[in-house]
Design a protein around this ligand. Structure first.
Ligand SMILES: *Cc1c(COP(=O)(O)O)cnc(C)c1O
Length: 371
């Protein structure tokens, strides 16, 4: 029996990547912002309609260094319904996370709950476009403006998306994308810092290379977050196929939603496909135990038994991690907790076949209480 995993990294046709390898072998230029990293940067600027971008070794370091470059202090309002990286990037910058609850409709930060968390120590808001669902960017940015706060989006899930006709890269003061193997678009590992002014980009650039200004001057306590040429080459290859891959996933997602959203006790998030363009990397469904007839954990086990490996993504929420649960960070997040106990992320990736999606839907349908 064939095992189906929740995701499978996209690879370009091998001969396309080989052309880059041949050239790398000739030049021996492996890293340190080489010609492919610079070319990748230019192509991303064009693709994302963003003026100031910097490719890095991974998304986490891109977020950590972007936050560092913004010179924040004190408290940062964020969401616990995300990957560990978001909160780690805040804490590793010496900042204190404050957890804001999320909305049931799309799992993003609830803008109506932000203001009550703001104090005179708050310096920024770090919302997440979780599963590629757009945050309420207008409301969040209006609150930020009123209280003079920076907004840095964790856009790890939102590469290549458009919100209200505008590139997801253009919102906030800054944002970060992840090009990890499992994301919508990959450069093996990789990430991108996007900021909206030249001075901040210069600082991100210096930080990502140890804070070195020139041969005799080291200005900042930076680190090493440089992208290498093998990553950039993979990114250049995969970028050419992004749109065709996105449309393949869209067909699979659409099938899932048509088949499953009528089953009692199974809920999809609100995808406003008129206003937004999604990248369809995740297929989260929410299971209501009473109406569906079994809880999320039971369905997870039944799928596993049938060789379908879904994920409890995101469970547990970040403020329940061992490293944070006793840290005393502020913020009540009952909705995030409830949704983390209901969510199941179904297999969705470019090479997944429609017959596999049908088989997964058959299992979920067959186990429903009311058919
Ligand atoms: C993947 C991810 C990151 C980190 O990106 P890496 O490229 O894996 O370092 C950060 N935030 C979120 C929400 C992610 O899913």
């Amino acid at each position: 029996m064939e095992e189906i995993f929740v995701t499978k990294p996209v690879l370009p046709p091998m001969e396309e990547y080989m052309k880059y390898l041949q050239d790398i072998w000739e030049t021996h230029n492996l890293t340190n912002v080489g010609k492919y990293t610079r070319l990748f940067m230019l192509e991303l600027m064009d693709f994302l309609s963003a003026k100031h971008v910097l490719p890095m070794c991974n998304g986490h370091m891109a977020l950590e260094m972007t936050l560092q470059a913004m010179e924040l202090k004190g408290e940062v309002i964020t969401t616990p319904f995300t990957f560990a990286s978001t909160t780690h990037a805040i804490v590793r910058n010496g900042l204190t996370p404050v957890f804001c609850d999320i909305r049931e409709s799309d799992c993003t930060m609830d803008p109506d709950k932000i203001e009550s968390l703001i104090t005179d120590k708050t310096s920024a808001i770090v919302p997440v476009h979780v599963y590629g669902m757009p945050c309420d960017v207008e409301k969040i940015e209006a609150i930020a403006k009123k209280h003079n706060l920076k907004v840095i989006y964790d856009a790890a899930h939102a590469f290549g998306e458009k919100f209200n006709g505008k590139s997801s890269a253009k919102y906030g003061d800054a944002c970060m994308f992840s090009f990890h193997a499992t994301k919508a678009f990959n450069s093996i590992e990789g990430g991108l810092s996007v900021v909206h002014d030249t001075a901040t980009l210069t600082k991100v650039y210096q930080l990502h290379n140890f804070g070195i200004m020139d041969e005799e001057h080291v200005e900042f306590v930076g680190a090493n977050a440089k992208m290498n040429e093998f990553q950039a080459a993979m990114g250049l290859c995969n970028l050419k196929h992004f749109e065709e891959n996105r449309l393949k996933r869209k067909d699979l997602f659409t099938y899932y939603r048509q088949r499953l959203s009528d089953i009692k006790g199974i809920r999809f998030l609100d995808y406003d496909e008129v206003r937004n363009e999604f990248n369809y990397t995740y297929c989260p469904i929410f299971i209501d135990k009473e109406t569906y007839g079994m809880d999320r954990n039971e369905l997870f086990e039944i799928l596993s038994y049938n060789h379908v490996h879904s994920r409890k993504y995101f469970y547990p929420i970040v403020n329940e991690f061992n490293c944070y649960k006793d840290a005393g960070f502020r913020g009540e997040t009952p909705i995030a907790k409830k949704l983390s106990e209901e969510v199941l992320t179904l297999p969705l990736y470019t090479d997944l076949r429609l017959d596999q999606v049908k088989m997964i839907c058959d299992i979920i349908e067959a186990n429903a209480k009311t058919k």
